[in-house]
Design a protein around this ligand. Structure first.
Ligand SMILES: C[S@@+](CC[C@H](N)C(=O)[O-])C[C@H]1O[C@@H](n2cnc3c(N)ncnc32)[C@H](O)[C@@H]1O
Length: 400
């Protein structure tokens, strides 16, 4: 078994990749079979303890303080990280059960590949920071918020506001984070580097070449990584990357002429008129229907006939339609972690969106219905999910 695990899987081999995904899908069933229902539920309730250890590792920069190639004693590490030795030892020994750090000789800590990644990858470090310091506390108040504001789709009626003690939004709170908005952008980039999220799915699955010398507007584009990927492949296109806060963004020198940034709230009218394409990538699932509708309507005065609107986002897998592992991933991003883990996995994203901002993952038909409701001149062009992609690509044409 360990030999098999040590053998890399060639993900370009379709049969090997299918087998890999099927095994991932079956692991929860295997676990359940071996430990039983009661232990499975207890394990779920203990899962926040993983975040306790990740939080101390993140906050005290423990991964960065363990030397990359040699072990360090708990005594020395305690002095460098300012964590008392005894709790440090207990916390790290728990982290080791998750394969973060190891103890090659008694009372000495060394890196594993996973902890070394935390030390070396600044973006992953930012991701862990936002998840343990902002996301996790907000989710602990998510059900309280649902009970206080039943059925709300107001982005301020969420656990984030209960924690802040005032009506606020997730995006306002993270903009104030002590590591700054650039760090949030870094953490978002980690998602885009993840399996099934890569920019290439959008680069390769829209006829960008047919636009010629056109303009593309990337709404909620964060660091602009998607525009940069398309720009590399299509040298005739120019891009405007819009987001709530774009200060501090940078692009490689050879793309500077073609990619510009602009602060823009999509709840205001779109200032870039007559672009060829406007796209939202993994933005609208953060928002309730009322905000999505307003964003579609705010685009209309800027649209020229034939303009394309692209949404790259989830399309919820119906229960039983696909692998439970994929569905679980989508569904966790709304609210009921526990049930979502049991029944589904697309559902992860759905629960996350619900918890943080009353956003939601949508079924394919719901995206179409939102365009129809926004304005009948939006003509639905269909939905496709590239092989291997977690996100669907929805295309609409403006036909006044
Ligand atoms: C999940 S991130 C996705 C970022 C990027 N498109 C990507 O694929 O990595 C959502 C982005 O939407 C931005 N955003 C949220 N509300 C917005 C609004 N009202 N107007 C413009 N951008 C917004 C956020 O600041 C954030 O950068």
């Amino acid at each position: 078994m360990r030999t098999a695990l040590a053998t890399p899987v060639d993900v370009s081999d379709k049969a090997a990749q299918t087998a890999r995904l099927d095994i991932i899908d079956m692991i929860p069933d295997l676990q359940l079979k071996l430990i039983g229902e009661q232990a499975m539920i207890r394990n779920m309730t203990w899962s926040p303890l993983n975040l306790v250890t990740l939080q101390v590792i993140s906050r005290c920069k423990i991964a960065q303080h363990v030397p990359l190639d040699t072990p360090i004693s708990y005594t020395d590490l305690s002095a460098i990280c300012s964590v008392p030795e005894h709790p440090l030892k207990r916390l790290l020994r728990h982290a080791m059960t998750n394969r973060l750090f190891c103890e090659p000789t008694k009372n000495h800590v060394a890196h594993t590949p996973a902890s070394r990644l935390l030390a070396a990858d600044k973006k992953l470090d930012s991701w862990v920071f936002f998840l343990v310091e902002y996301f996790w506390p907000a989710t602990t108040r998510a059900v309280d918020a649902m009970q206080k504001w039943p059925g709300s789709s107001n982005p301020t009626e969420v656990g984030v506001s209960l924690i802040a003690g005032e009506q606020t939004t997730w995006f306002k709170e993270i903009a104030k984070a002590d590591r700054g908005i650039a760090s949030f952008r870094d953490s978002m980039a980690v998602v885009s580097e993840g399996e099934g999220w890569q920019d290439l799915y959008l680069v390769e699955n829209f006829p960008w070449g047919e636009i010629g010398k056109g303009v593309v507007v990337d709404i909620g584009g964060a660091s602009g990584h998607t525009s940069m990927a398309i720009a590399e492949a299509y040298p005739d296109l120019k891009f405007v990357v819009q987001d709530l806060h774009t200060e501090g963004n940078d692009v490689p020198a050879h793309l500077k002429e073609r990619i510009t940034f602009m602060d823009h709230d999509m709840l205001n009218p779109q200032p870039i008129k007559d672009a060829d394409v406007y796209f939202w990538r993994a933005v609208l699932h953060n928002h309730p229907d009322s905000v999505v509708l307003k964003s579609f309507q705010n685009l209309i005065p800027a649209l020229k006939s034939g303009a394309k609107i692209i949404i790259q986002d989830f399309g919820l897998t119906a229960p039983g339609e696909g692998r439970l592992a994929d569905e679980s991933y989508e569904r966790q991003v709304i609210l009921l972690y526990v049930l979502s883990w049991i029944f589904t996995k697309d559902r992860m994203m759905d629960v996350m969106m619900m918890s943080l901002m009353n956003g939601k993952e949508r079924e394919r038909e719901e995206w179409k219905a939102l365009f129809e409701e926004a304005d009948p001149r939006y003509k639905w062009g269909g939905a496709m999910r590239p092989d291997g992609s977690r996100l669907w690509i929805y295309t609409v044409t403006w036909e006044p």
